[in-house]
Write a protein that binds this ligand. Structure first.
Ligand code: NAD
Length: 507
């Protein structure tokens, strides 16, 4: 067990000192007008962790109006850029001071291992630092113009942004969205996932503590179908940034079209992991292992379809299976734990149904394939890391996103063929290539239909690297300078400075 954190309002391991979380609107803690609250869980134990105020449409409206007012009449977007950057750095500094507490709450609310939570909270902090730096140098263009004209582009914040996030990286997804939006000068209404709302609420409180004016960041936990939908269709919301499943993304795209909102969609994936015959197995085996089982496979860019060259297949698989069996599941606060729990009972059942469907379709399970019982965590949601072979491309488990610790493995013999097979998916988010041949790495990277290609790397992203999908994995990029442009409009200012007045009609 990690040692208990004892600051005020923080957790002791396994128990929350603060047992209720309010939504945040216009800089204030707010309860629901309907009086509704919902329970949020510690999935590792299947126990209630805290209650959370549940926003209704009334609070969604208040949050949009607070954000609108802050944008239209407030000072945030008018601050000198350096001042906004200082506040972003202050947010990062406060998060760093409260690192241990944030990690602990993330572990309790998501069931992920403490190591995974540390990496993700650290990256969330670095996001704010990255955008504090990036916004300072983010400026428009001056264009060469003929005939005495002068043209420049003026970058302006897009306005009020609804930011709807999933449960798999609760704090990190909130940081990926809030940091670039407020750096750009926008106001936001954040709708966290109902399974994991706590760290997004705390992040909002930290924003205020750091000096973000009221109304610029608002957080309203609640139902996606009710408040998420309300935000997506609201005429005063200029942009929706959504991370979540592809079906929800499609629904949002349709509904946002009524008011022609700007839209960023970060959706699901079924990313290929290709191990060539010239791969360094000392890197490829642990890297592929991490690629699928990190965050308990609940990762949009999880490398869940593995292709291994036939000439090294036996050797690779022997090591891969052996290492999979060595992965330790258990107390998420134990530093030796590699893999945490599944987020919910229904997600566990969904994962298991995929595994069983593969078996019914004729596939073979090499290891895993069932729910686990962990001593001391008997009521939690645990699933064995699972490797499936003898699969065919048409199987449900091969085509659809499982979003759990399950990998399907296929053999290949030829580079062209494996590229074709890797691209045979509706998704296009992540991909990984393991080879010691640099020319091959580049050749393959450029032919894969995905927004991200990892070459000999278990990691998919750092602040500064664009993150986003091709095809049904959505569009737009997060985490990089490109993201700032998705929260800004480029206004073209065209001026005439010629010596003679212009008279185009000649009258
Ligand atoms: P989800 O689509 O069920 O929910 C995501 C968010 O959308 C939640 O906050 C939910 O309340 C809200 N929502 C649900 N229905 C809505 C509606 N009709 N209108 C507006 N909002 C609505 O996804 P999830 O199960 O929370 O997350 C898992 C999914 O997220 C996976 O498919 C995963 O691949 C994807 N994901 C993608 C990325 C990426 O960067 N591409 C990152 C993390 C997760």
């Amino acid at each position: 067990m990690a040692e208990a954190v004892t600051q005020e309002g923080i957790t002791e391991v396994g128990t929350m000192k603060r047992q209720h979380y309010s939504m945040i609107i216009n800089g204030e803690r707010v309860e629901s007008s309907t009086g509704e609250v919902f329970e949020t869980y510690n999935p590792a134990k299947g126990e209630v962790l805290a209650t959370v105020a549940k926003a209704s449409k009334e609070e969604a409206e208040k949050a949009v109006q607070a954000a609108r007012n802050a944008f239209d009449h407030g000072k945030w977007r008018k601050y000198p850029i350096g001042k906004r950057a200082r506040v972003l750095n202050k947010i990062a500094a406060i998060m760093r001071e409260r690192f241990k507490e944030l990690v602990e709450i993330e572990v309790l609310n998501s069931g992920k291992s403490v190591g995974a939570a540390q990496v993700q909270i650290n990256q969330s902090i670095e996001d704010f630092e990255f955008y504090a730096g990036a916004i300072v140098g983010h400026r428009g263009e001056v264009n060469n113009m003929p005939y005495g004209f002068f043209n420049y582009t003026h970058k302006e914040p897009v306005g009020v942004c609804a930011q709807i996030i999933p449960w798999n990286y609760p704090m990190m997804m909130a940081a990926w969205k809030i940091a670039p939006a407020i750096a750009a000068g926008c106001s936001v209404v954040v709708k966290p996932a109902s399974l994991t709302p706590i760290t997004a609420i705390i992040l909002n409180e930290i924003c205020h503590e750091a000096g973000v004016p009221e109304g610029v960041v608002n957080t309203i936990p609640g139902s996606g179908e009710v408040v998420g939908d309300y935000l997506v269709q609201h005429k005063d919301v200029n942009k929706v940034a959504f991370t979540g499943s592809t079906p929800t993304g499609r629904d949002i795209m349709e509904k946002a079209s009524g008011t022609l909102k700007r839209l960023t969609l970060e959706l699901g994936g079924k990313s290929p992991n290709i191990v060539f015959e010239d791969a360094d197995l000392e890197a490829a085996v642990p890297g592929s292992l991490f690629g699928i089982f990190f965050n308990t496979g609940q990762s949009c860019e999880a490398r869940s379809r593995m292709f291994v060259h036939e000439s090294i297949y036996d050797e690779f698989m022997e090591q891969f299976v052996a290492k999979t069996k060595k992965l330790k599941l258990g107390d998420p606060f134990d530093k030796g734990t590699h893999v945490g729990s599944i987020i919910s009972r229904s997600q566990l059942e969904k994962i298991d149904a995929y595994v069983q469907s593969a078996v019914e379709d004729g596939a073979t399970i090499l290891t895993g394939g069932k729910e686990m019982q962990i001593e001391g965590f008997e009521n939690g949601y645990w699933y064995e890391p699972t490797i499936i072979v003898d699969v065919t491309p048409d199987m449900k488990a091969v085509r659809e996103e499982i979003f759990g610790p399950v990998v399907v493995v296929e053999k290949f013999s030829d580079e062209k063929d494996v590229i074709k097979r890797a691209n045979d998916t509706e998704y296009g988010l992540g991909s990984a290539v393991w080879t010691t041949n640099q020319a091959r790495a580049t050749r393959v990277a450029h032919q894969i239909e995905a927004g991200i290609v990892m070459v000999n790397s278990p990691f998919s992203a750092f602040p500064g690297t664009p993150f986003g999908g091709y095809k049904q994995s959505g569009f737009g990029r997060e985490l990089s300078v490109e993201t700032l442009d998705l929260y800004m409009e480029d206004k073209s200012v065209l001026a005439y400075y010629g010596s003679k007045p212009l008279n185009p009609f000649g009258v």
